[in-house]
Write a protein that binds this ligand. Sequence first.
Ligand code: PLP
Length: 417
Amino acid sequence: RYKRSSELFRQASRVLPGGVNSPVRAFKSVGGTPVFVREAAGSRFTDEDGNEYIDFIASWGPLLFGHAFPPVVEAVTRRAQKGTSFGMPTALETEVAELAVSMVPGIEKIRFVNSGTEACMSVIRLARGYTGREKIIKFAGCYHGHADAFLIEAGSGAVTFGSPNSPGVTQGTARDTLLARYNDLESVKGLFEANPGEVAAVILEPVAGNMGCIPPEPGFLEGIRQLCTDSGALLIFDEVMTGFRLAAGGAQEALGISADLVAFGKVIGGGLPVGAFGGPAEIMSHLAPEGPVYQAGTLSGNPLAMGAGLAMLRAIEADPEVFSRLESKTAYLHEGLEHVLQEAGHPYRINRFGSMISVHFSDREVRDFESAATGNNDRFRNYFHGMLNRGVYLPPSAFESYFLNDALTAEDLDLAI
Ligand code: PLP
């Protein structure tokens, strides 16, 4: 069934570390061959062996409307023919910015970059430049990309991204990163108290999605908002997963809590490399060329990326019901899986917040990265292989949330269940 994929994996392993880009840890954990994708459209993709799969991860977030979404394909094709040049503005970039600013609460200015990582890294630099402070509070298990400007100890399983002790993470980075526990307001309070007047920002995933799906407990985000306001630190929402997915205004809209700065990736590019970050003009004006914090990139805001961004945001603007449809589909999957897993009699736990969902094969309460790590086991491996062989692509999610796309039909959902 996976003959050509196996050959391709061997070939790839000679030139690519591990034979795969790192998110394919899912396959490492199940000891299988990665699926090499030949083509994709809507809710489905086909591998190099001709097997067809229903996709339940949407490229781990970006594909809100499904694969090869025609407005994005059309925009990118058209823009590619028109050339690109760094340093010369385009009206197109302004159009995307205007639309984003109109959709996301609290954002007056936005800057485009090439990935979620870059957005998070940039927003940290901006927070440091704006406050004149160095220290950043982040949460164990929250992932903010692969740059080492601040982060550390993120989720995603046996692989711990950039722990403070891993080679390549600078001592300064580790020293200035203060680690708190998700849904544990006291741990945040303690760090503020131990570092008075030194914390530049708190960064977090407003709904954690990189250690399975862990919604914020009541009062947690409100408490952090207050601590930041009281101490002059900025609250940063990393909305790379939640932005333009939970609602047009992301988690800020879905949860009714305002951040000072917000980082975006994934959906805003519809599968192309687009990241962005935004906030009030007063803070964003600290960016060059208006202010002292230099941040600019050769490919940022290029017409291909902006074409994709405009197509995605326009599609969302024209169809605001997409979020409730996604939530209903996810709730349907949730209910169906509950039923099946209950009947099977194995321990399991399903976490869901709106259209983010994770399935854990353990009855332990999943509160954080450590307990999420216990949720991945042999039973999940067997389920995963069973689903894969039936053409359902639902890889182990102990460390990730699943993301449904709007192209999934009722029939697709029933097949998965
Ligand atoms: N922040 C969050 C919450 C993410 O989930 C991710 C990626 O999964 C990132 C940042 C990094 O984004 P990218 O992979 O586009 O660099």
